[in-house]
Design a protein around this ligand. Structure first.
Ligand code: G3P
Length: 226
C-alpha cells in the first residue's frame, strides 16, 4: 500500500518526504485554511517536494466552473490531481477533465454506489472517508472493504485512497483490505513509526555498546601497564 500525507503543511510534507516513504499528498480547503497562506503557492511548493500526485480541491459547484477551476489547478504542476466532491456536477466535470488527461481524485465518497460512479466517470482516484463514517456510527472500514472489492472485480484503473484516517489501526486495516493508498495525517504517521520496544531496544544496544567501550578501555590500560 502506498502512503500519501493528508496535509497542506510544507514542513510536514518535507519531513514525511525525508523519510523516503511518501508517494503523494492530499489537501483540502480545511487543511489549506489551517496554513493561512496562499493555497496555490503552497500547493506548487508541495508539488516540487513530492514525487507523486498532489491533490488540490476545486471549490466550484457547477460542472462548467469545476472544469475551468480544474484546468487552472492542473496547470500548477504536472503532478496535480484535481480533487472534486462526488455528485452529478462533480461527475460530469470528472468526465471532461479525465478525457483531457487530467487526474481527478473524487472526494467525500461515503458509499459503494458513489465509488462506482466515480470510477465510471474516469476518476484516477476515489477517496472514501472512513473516519467520518465511524463518526456517525457507521462501519467506515467495512464500507472501504466493499469499495475495494467492488472496483477490484473489474479491469479499471481507478485507485482507492483510504481517507479521513484518524489512527494507526485505520492504516493497518486499510492495508489488510488491500487498499491501494492510505492518506495519513502527520500525527498518525508519527504514531505509525513508533514502538516502545524499538526505543527500549535502541537504549539497550547503546548502553551495552558503551559498556563494551569502557571494558576495552580498561583492557588497553592494563596492557599498557604491563
Ligand atoms: O483526506 C480527507 C481528510 O482530509 C478528511 O479527514 O479527519 O477531516 O475527516 P477528516
Amino acid at each position: 500500500m502506498r502512503i500519501f500525507l493528508d496535509s497542506a503543511s510544507i514542513s510536514e510534507v518535507r519531513e514525511a518526504a525525508s523519510w523516503g516513504i511518501l508517494s503523494g499528498v492530499t489537501t483540502n480547503p480545511t487543511l489549506a485554511a489551517k496554513e493561512g497562506r496562499d493555497f496555490r503557492s503552497a500547493v506548487k511548493e508541495i508539488c516540487s517536494i513530492v514525487d507523486g500526485p498532489v491533490s488540490a480541491e476545486a471549490i466550484s459547484l457547477t460542472r462548467t466552473e469545476i472544469v475551468a477551476e480544474g484546468i487552472e489547478l492542473a496547470a500548477i504542476a504536472d503532478n496535480i490531481a484535481v480533487k472534486i466532491p462526488v455528485g452529478p456536477e462533480g461527475l460530469a466535470a470528472t468526465r471532461v477533465l479525465s478525457d483531457r488527461g487530467i487526474h481527478v481524485n473524487m472526494t467525500l465518497v461515503f458509499s459503494v454506489n458513489q465509488a462506482i460512479l466515480a470510477a465510471a466517470a474516469g476518476a484516477a482516484f476515489v477517496s472514501p472517508f472512513i473516519g467520518r463514517l465511524d463518526d456517525i456510527g457507521t462501519d467506515g472500514l467495512g464500507r472501504l472493504a466493499d469499495i475495494v472489492d467492488a472496483l477490484g472485480n473489474y479491469d479499471i484503473s481507478t485507485q482507492v485512497i483510504a481517507a479521513s484516517i484518524r489512527h494507526p489501526m485505520h492504516v493497518i486495516e486499510a492495508a489488510l483490505i488491500g487498499t491501494d493508498i492510505s492518506t495519513v495525517p502527520f500525527e498518525v504517521l508519527k504514531k505509525m513509526v513508533q514502538h516502545p520496544l524499538t526505543d527500549k531496544g535502541v537504549a539497550g544496544f547503546l548502553s551495552d555498546w558503551e559498556a563494551l567501550q569502557a571494558k576495552m578501555e580498561e583492557v588497553r590500560a592494563d596492557t599498557a601497564d604491563v
